[in-house]
Design a protein around this ligand. Structure first.
Ligand SMILES: Cc1ncc(COP(=O)(O)O)c(C=O)c1O
Length: 355
């Protein structure tokens, strides 16, 4: 089994992923607090109950929250909840559910087809979505039936959909009778970037179900599905249970999620990693010839570069992911430092000029 090629794990600034970072101390402390006395299993505990209330406050409406183990599980089970086995799910051609999850969404839906849509900076283009859905053959006996749309926020190229951009996509989806899932692996970074309310970016913009994201932004071992659509909320629990994502000691999952949103920890962490990415962005402007695949709007940087520059960065001890011969990915972490950014910029300035 191979993974995307990453630079060797020698000591040095580490931009390989936000997954390489720590778990937030607040979350570790919350786990220790939950580790006392007995508690009902399978989500019947007080932490899991409190989660429903707390997330309903955050999203300014009654929502149903389900703690699952990973972002992949959140995506696959969300997509399966809004895509029947004969359905077609539409997503951007770089979307994580397509490129990196072994078609878990198709598997858990029992056979759902994934259909790709182009668009700049990893964003689904509404007009292209409209045309792609129309071409899928609604009502035709021989074609998978249009069912759902997946948006990634922030996108797989590090850009952020504005509220209006989300709405433009969901309007097309609704016009065709489709439900909408948002992969929010970096939802906190998007909310922090826009400074908007979580509700404006999701339910009020037409999103039916959200993978909330947590691990990359200071979580330990947990993610969450937030369901806005009541009909979906009524049935999704059985699919989640069948997939093995109802935690028997559910209090430890809920305690992580509660700590994550307590005192806006999720947004404070995201602001930190976003600020590091912005520092890089500012520094990059002074380096001649350096380019980006998409504007830096969250905590990821996709550098338009070449193998010689990547070699030079590696020689300088910078750790990152080589996505292709002309794309290098750097991810800023909530626990990253300005010194790491400055080291990257310095290595880039030297490497870029001397090859
Ligand atoms: C956009 C996006 N969605 C989903 C995931 C999946 O998250 P996990 O690694 O927790 O399964 C990732 C992880 O890299 C991601 O970048």
């Amino acid at each position: 089994m191979t993974q995307t090629q990453t630079t060797p794990p020698a000591a040095g600034p580490d931009f390989r992923s936000d997954n390489v970072g720590a778990a937030a101390p607040e979350i570790i402390a919350a786990l220790a607090r939950a580790n006392a006395d007995t508690a009902t299993g399978y989500g019947g505990d007080t932490w899991s109950q409190a989660l429903q209330t707390r997330f309903s406050e955050i999203f300014e409406a009654k929502v149903s929250v389900f703690a699952v183990a990973t972002g992949t599980a959140a995506n696959a089970l969300s997509m399966a909840a809004i895509t029947p086995s004969w359905g077609a799910a539409f997503c951007h051609e770089r979307a994580h559910i397509l490129t990196s999850e072994v078609n878990a969404a198709g598997f858990f839906s029992g056979g759902g087809l994934i259909v790709t849509v182009p668009g700049p900076h990893g964003k689904v283009d509404p007009a292209a979505l409209d045309a792609t859905i129309a071409a899928q053959g609604k009502g035709m006996m021989h074609r998978s039936q249009p069912a759902s749309v997946n948006l990634v926020q922030a996108t797989d190229l590090g850009a952020v959909y504005t509220v209006d951009e989300v709405r433009a996509v969901t309007e097309v989806a609704k016009r065709h009778g489709l439900k909408v899932h948002m992969d929010g692996a970096r939802f906190a970074n998007a909310v922090a970037h826009l400074g908007c309310s979580p509700a404006d970016l999701t339910s009020r913009a037409g999103v039916d179900i959200l993978s909330f994201g947590m691990t990359k932004n200071g979580g330990l071992l947990c993610d969450a599905i937030v369901v806005f659509d009541e009909a979906v909320a009524r049935t999704i629990a059985w699919q989640i249970r069948r997939a093995g994502h109802v935690w028997s000691k559910g209090r430890f999952a809920a305690a992580q999620l509660l700590a994550y949103v307590e005192d806006d920890l999720w947004l404070r962490n995201a602001r930190r990693s976003n600020a590091l990415a912005r520092r890089f962005d500012t520094g990059l402007r002074a380096i001649p010839g350096a380019g980006l695949w998409a504007p830096i709007e969250a905590n990821e940087i996709f550098l338009r570069t070449d193998p010689r520059t990547m070699d030079a960065l590696e020689r300088a001890g910078i750790r990152f992911v080589r996505r292709s011969a002309d794309m290098a990915r750097f991810v800023c972490r909530f626990d990253g430092t300005e010194a790491e950014i400055d080291a990257l910029l310095a290595a880039l300035a030297t490497g870029a000029s001397h090859g």
